[in-house]
Design a protein around this ligand. Sequence first.
Ligand code: IMP
Ligand code: MG
Length: 184
Amino acid sequence: MDPVDMGSDLERVLLTEEQLGARLDEMAAQIDADYVGKELLVVGVLKGAVMVMADLVRRLHSSVQMDWMAVSSYGSGTKSSGVVRILKDLDADLTGRHVLIVEDIIDSGLTLSWLLANLRSRGPETVEIATMLRKPDAAKVAVDVKYVGFEIPNEFVVGYGLDFDEKYRNLPFVGTLAPHVYGA
Ligand code: IMP
Ligand code: MG
């Protein structure tokens, strides 16, 4: 899909495919450098992280293992509560592993802080986080995120894995929605 395919549903493009790709090049180089001589297990959080995961791991120079987790955060509407349920757990045993969690976006950070505690309890050697996007509210929760693609304004965004009502995940860019789409 390109911006024209969205018609009047698109308010504006926040990050182009080129900008996302260039930043992923930098993030991958940093991850390569940080894990020299180590075996990495990359954990993608479904469904939003699918695009970041695919584009990030293909830029790495070492062979990594990939695993997936699906969680759902109870909450009202677009706000998460921090109460999380595992919908699909990892296949891999984390004992002694170097784990890198890959996320699409950190908003409140509540989902991620729960996930971090959960994975840390499984005996990994290290756990770090990479996220493509981070919103300002995330600063309120003390989650140490090692790799951040872009800090974005506190707006609802779609594309590059992120959805509104399960739509727009397949946009190759990140954009904001026109108010008429979400009923404003
Ligand atoms: P948190 O617990 O508030 O950090 O929730 C993060 C999750 O909420 C993300 O993994 C997304 O699934 C969803 N989310 C947060 N902000 C947005 C957004 O702007 N667009 C689409 N989904 C979002
Ligand atoms: Mg997510």
